[in-house]
Design a protein around this ligand. Sequence first.
Ligand code: UDX
Length: 424
Amino acid sequence: MTDRESIGVIGVGWVGLVTAACLAELGHEVWARDIVSDKIDSLSRGEVPIHEPGLPELVAKNESRLNFTTDMAPVLEHTELLFVCVDTPPTYSGDADLSRVEAVIAELGDSSDHALVMKSTVPVGTGRAIQRRRDALGYVSNPEFLQEGSAVEDFMKPDRVVIGADDGWATFADRVQTLYAPLNAPVVRTDVASAEMIKLASNAFLATKISFINEIANVSEELGADVSEVARGMGLDGRIGPRFLRAGVGFGGSCFPKDVQALKQLAGNTGYHFQLLTAVVEVNELQKRRTIGKLQKHLGSLVGKDIALLGVAFKPNTDDIREATSLVLSGRLAGEGASVRVYDPVAAAKADGMLAGAQICDSVLEAVEDADAAVLVTEWPEFAELDWAEVKRRMRVPLIVDGRNFLDRDALVAAGFTYEGIGR
Ligand code: UDX
């Protein structure tokens, strides 16, 4: 039998909503609070304001256990464990902006009945600093490892659950662990600072893996190797593993760029220069721009050229455009004098005004009409199913830059396209 808890979720963004819906699915009563009233109004009507597979169904199914509110009072009245899921965006200096976390703490007054369960990604040391100031408030670190597009499944079938608690708060940590017990996942019980570091180090490592394979791709292009083959051969080594070895136009999203920067900055604040992460960021920035060179190789100057970008989201199955390569590319292409048309099945509207004047199209065929090249930026499944003969008829120059090595190269070449991948 599940021990039923009444749980607070503070901040109903993407992490908060997935957490709230999944905890409700596990049988708990959830009080989810956000300060944005439009969001709470939509959720109270059963409308899910973000694109995340399976989430609308989960929210609908657990409607009776999900209470959405803008008011902190009922949350504090009904719950003791408060899952903090507010934004911690980077500041200009690269440090994390903790003002939203601080606002939550301020609202708790001098409560000694509640525990913060920190899901938001915070700098290593944040938990200890909060505990020093607020020693009556319970504190547990429980970082999230959810990937957009598969967040519900990641929550329900995690590789591991990390729970950090310092002396005195083992009881709250036990209660958090009990919540996850039905998932049968390995649990890492540790101290708060180590839990905070596990989160940052995991994302920084995955980002490093991507920048590494992107550099292997760039060198493979020069030396005549195919990075897909190289990654396949490397990935079968159990010590390396096959995941996050897909070369492409660089990583984006709300986590990797921010977390790599945050860890680099944290190290820097202690006087340690984290050289590897400096390179990871630099390689990624260059990778986002390399497509320009590939286009110039075939088209010469890009002045007056029409370029179609297929995909705006930072990856498929999400409408998230944060740190997306499409934003950088459209700006660079405009800077080179090209006209840009973009298509994305879900994210284009969100990017309106952020794509350097690019024209947003309703279909791939509209985007490629009279284009001098098409660049695949996001590997949306529907791009693999396109009628390429028709695409070729529409384009002025049948040039495809496949920024994710996602398309069938041989089929495209057979259909008369000039194909450029990444590292092949
Ligand atoms: C990531 C982490 O995976 C997750 O654990 C964390 O909690 C939040 O950040 P997410 O941002 O949703 O999740 O994206 P992810 O699927 O990890 O991809 C990040 C970026 O890396 C994307 O732009 C993706 O296109 C790129 N990527 C990923 C590659 O370029 N190559 C790969 O092999 C894998």
